[in-house]
Design a protein around this ligand. Structure first.
Ligand SMILES: NC(=O)c1ccc[n+]([C@@H]2O[C@H](COP(=O)([O-])OP(=O)(O)OC[C@H]3O[C@@H](n4cnc5c(N)ncnc54)[C@H](OP(=O)(O)O)[C@@H]3O)[C@@H](O)[C@H]2O)c1
Length: 336
């Protein structure tokens, strides 16, 4: 081969690596999900007519999922506790899509009332005949130091985020096993991958979800038509901070502060649907520096700990200064 061609080829390798690095630095999803978003199926081509049950659909990520699924032509079950908010979301879904009112079932559900979950799943099957996808999205977070948090708050977070999710999943999974297919997508968090200060029990509940569903996926490996996927978002704009648990069950949440720096819920929902239709088992969806932290945590744990300790101290300082915990990592919080 001509020597100039060989030299040109060698120059292409660093160029390729530079492009990959730039893609990574400016990306908001892990490599697999990024690949699916560039070269995979579009949700619009895969989700039309699918029956999708979204929990936590009354605000934030769940609300956005509802709108995007409606635009894709999916038939929807919208669940959460606030029925009036679910009706608002349903009306907006009808306005922004070709769906008819019977295509969207508003199904109030409290994840904590586990004894009601069998009856709720039956109501869905009675209405639509079957369920194609369950998106376990409902949940609440935490803003309090572990040493100051009562055990009741730890219990409430495990009951809601872990046991409530597992309970509804068991009802739907039984149905999917019978029909021989289905997808269960569960919203965990980057705190399901690594520890985060001020969110010890929340992180524990998300780690529990990761452990449960990752084990379940292996148990179901002889059923390739049942798909289990985990979603690990970083900070996303939603109502999550307004509804966090604090030190005590009845203590109100802190001032939510400025949330503008966070990823829009619409982007998070879009990436989730891309991952879902392209069979991505685990999706990391986050802006930097949180996405980079996930990689450090996974591949260089000791260095990951070092960085996390540094950022974690700032998170606690922000919290104590009355700011949103994740704001201004790189500028000192004002404490006037
Ligand atoms: N936003 C983030 O930064 C972020 C990051 C990582 C992971 N996540 C996860 O994303 C999911 C959605 O949160 P979000 O950010 O969209 O917050 P959000 O706006 O507060 O939405 C939470 C949803 O969960 C529902 N919910 C709360 N308690 C419930 C209960 N007992 N039974 C049934 N539904 C309940 C809420 O509805 P009702 O109050 O009407 O019941 C609401 O629809 C959560 O699992 C959260 O842990 C969020």
């Amino acid at each position: 081969m001509d020597c100039c061609v060989v030299t040109a080829l060698w120059c292409l390798i660093p160029l390729y690596l530079l492009i990959r690095l730039a893609l990574f630095i400016f990306s908001d999803a892990d490599f697999t999900l990024l690949w699916a978003s560039l070269f995979g199926h579009a949700p619009e081509n895969k989700l039309k007519g699918q029956v999708v049950w979204v929990t936590g659909a009354s605000s934030g990520i769940g609300e956005e999922l509802a709108y995007q699924l409606a635009k894709c032509g999916s038939r929807l079950i919208l669940s959460a506790r606030r029925e009036d908010e679910l009706s608002r979301v349903k009306n907006h879904c009808l306005e922004c899509s070709d769906l008819q009112t019977d295509d969207i079932l508003v199904l109030p559900l409290d994840l904590l009332e586990r004894s009601s979950h069998e009856e709720k799943a039956k109501a869905v099957i009675q209405h639509f005949g079957h369920i194609d996808v369950l998106i376990n999205n409902g949940g609440r977070s935490q803003r309090s130091l572990a040493t100051e948090t009562s055990i009741d708050v730890c219990e409430a977070l495990m009951e809601l985020n872990f046991l409530g999710t597992v309970s509804i999943t068991k009802q739907v999974l039984a149905h999917m096993m019978q029909q021989g297919r289905g997808s269960i997508v569960t919203v965990s968090s980057v705190t399901g991958i690594m520890g985060v200060p001020l969110a010890s029990s929340y992180a524990a509940s998300k780690h529990a979800l990761q452990g449960y569903f990752n084990s379940l996926r292996i148990e179901l490996s002889d059923r390739p038509n049942i798909f289990i996927s985990m979603v690990c978002p970083g900070p996303v704009k939603s109502q999550i901070v307004q509804h966090v648990f604090t030190e005590e069950l009845n203590k109100p949440p802190p001032n939510p502060g400025d949330q503008d720096y966070k990823m829009p819920a619409s982007r998070c929902a879009r990436l989730m649907l891309i991952g879902m239709v392209n069979g991505v088992n685990e999706m990391w969806i986050s802006q930097q520096p949180f996405l980079l932290l996930c990689y450090l945590w996974q591949y260089t744990p000791t260095f990951g700990w070092f960085v996390m300790n540094t950022l974690g101290i700032r998170r606690i300082q922000n919290f104590k200064a009355g700011l949103d915990a994740d704001s201004s990592y790189f500028t000192k919080p004002k404490t006037s």
